[in-house]
Design a protein around this ligand. Structure first.
Ligand SMILES: Nc1nc2c(ncn2[C@@H]2O[C@H](COP(=O)(O)OP(=O)(O)OP(=O)(O)O)[C@@H](O)[C@H]2O)c(=O)[nH]1
Ligand SMILES: [Mg+2]
Ligand SMILES: [Zn+2]
Length: 409
């Protein structure tokens, strides 16, 4: 097959579909027809190009569709959803982003992945888009936050829909419609390693994680929890009255509804992990849990000390990793202290639910939306100045690779 020949690497023995989690050998992959006449697919839908099993290939190994079109795009044999060709060769690191509505997941993903693209080398990482077409939504959000020219323009990101085509794909399998969450894909490599991996990132509407979710398909839309190598749980301390009173008195910003019991979102997510993977319902899960304490711009100076995000890293790679992890562990302890005082049930839930838990403060925006003259909240482009937004994702990559980061094992 072209991918294998072109890149000089070999195909994996089996691939797991990042959308429906079917495991299949690469030889069963479907190609996506390019000929305009071959429109309509029984599973992907009438506006999609036909998916087919290739019988004919050109000299470079690309499939030839029944109308002689040259096809390079590939899809899953079960759900027929397209995925990047890199998945045929590289290990996946799926990362689920979990959190209550309005906790800050979408802003953290956009700001964090932007920050990681700028500063990957600082953390001994390389990171590139697996194929930008799949990351369009994330890139749109990044561009709005960080490439808006007019400094006073409002760059508020929209709330994540519970349905819709931007983030979800509906397919018809065996007469049933399934709505699956579309991930973003990045190829990552640790500087001193040759092996590359594909980081697969899932965002959802917070409503999908609520224990009593009224949304049909919430379980299917969060089925990535079955495969994730790490879970980033976004906890918004400002949704908790006790925390607000102690560390953010007088805080005034838009709220999409207060979720005082965010530990229930976490408990529900972990319950789904256990159900989907048939794990002991009482034992801590073996998947690393990274708790991103968001909106740190509002509360962290008071709760953790004004120097919480200062990071002076040495040049050499190994001491640099050690220093980074030492700093993150130090801040984790400070954050635990602040939570012990204000939201002990959340701290306890996290400790009981997973074997490896780390708390990391992060500010996706570095500022809160402010009220303008007409009373509406607005986020000015010029005010966006993230701090540590990439850290939860650095940790997710590091904790999925205890060989490279033994200090986290
Ligand atoms: N102060 C401050 N506010 C933030 C930050 N990140 C997000 N917010 C605000 O929090 C609100 C919700 O942010 P989102 O990223 O949309 O939250 P979400 O978790 O994706 O929400 P759903 O899509 O509804 O589940 C918005 O009003 C943001 O402006 C931050 O770093 N600091
Ligand atoms: Mg969102
Ligand atoms: Zn699939």
């Amino acid at each position: 097959m072209a991918t294998a020949k072109d890149s000089g690497t070999s195909l994996r023995r089996s691939v797991v579909c990042p959308n429906c989690w079917r495991e299949f050998p690469p030889t069963q992959v479907r190609f996506i027809a390019e000929s305009v006449q071959l429109r309509g697919d029984p599973i992907a839908g009438p506006t999609e190009q036909l998916r087919f099993r290739a019988m004919r290939f050109d000299a470079s190994g690309n499939a030839i569709d029944p109308n002689d079109g040259r096809c390079t795009r590939i899809a899953c044999p079960r759900c027929h959803i397209e995925f990047p060709r890199a998945l045929l060769e590289l290990r996946q690191i799926p990362i689920s982003v979990v959190g209550a509505p309005g906790s800050g997941k979408t802003n953290l993903l956009a700001s964090g992945m932007w920050g990681l693209a700028q500063r990957a080398a600082d953390f001994g990482l390389e990171i590139v888009d697996a194929d930008p077409r799949f990351n369009a939504l994330l890139h749109r959000n990044e561009s709005l936050l960080f490439a808006t020219r007019d400094p006073s323009a409002d760059v508020t990101l929209p709330k994540t829909d519970v349905g819709g085509n931007d983030l979800y794909r509906s397919v018809r399998i065996g007469g049933q419609t399934e709505t699956l969450t579309k991930p973003s894909y990045f190829v990552t490599r640790h500087k001193d390693e040759t092996r590359r991996s594909v980081m697969v990132l899932y965002d959802n509407a917070g409503e999908h994680f609520l224990p009593d979710s009224q949304f049909a398909g919430a379980e299917i839309a969060t089925r990535h929890l079955e495969r994730s190598s790490a879970i980033v749980t976004v906890f918004d301390p400002l949704q908790d009255a006790r925390f607000r009173d102690r560390f953010a008195e007088g805080f005034d910003a838009p709220h999409t509804g207060r979720h005082e019991r965010q530990e229930l979102v976490l408990t529900e997510a972990i319950a789904r992990v256990r159900r989907l993977r048939s794990l002991d319902p009482t034992a801590p899960i073996p998947i690393p849990l990274i708790i991103a304490l968001t909106k740190a711009d509002v509360w962290a100076d008071k709760a953790l000390g004004a120097d919480w995000s200062e990071l002076d890293l040495p040049d050499a790679l190994i001491p640099r990793r050690k220093r980074l992890i030492a700093k993150l562990q130090e801040v984790d302890q400070l954050a635990r202290e602040a939570l012990r005082e204000t939201a002990p049930e959340f701290l306890n839930a996290a400790n009981i639910l997973a074997q490896k838990v780390i708390f990391v403060p992060a500010s996706a925006l570095g500022t809160s939306p402010t009220r303008d003259a007409d009373g509406h909240f607005k986020l000015r482009a010029a005010d966006v100045r993230p701090r540590w937004a990439e850290m939860p994702f650095v940790l997710a990559i590091a904790m999925s690779d205890p060989k490279v980061f033994p200090m986290l094992a």
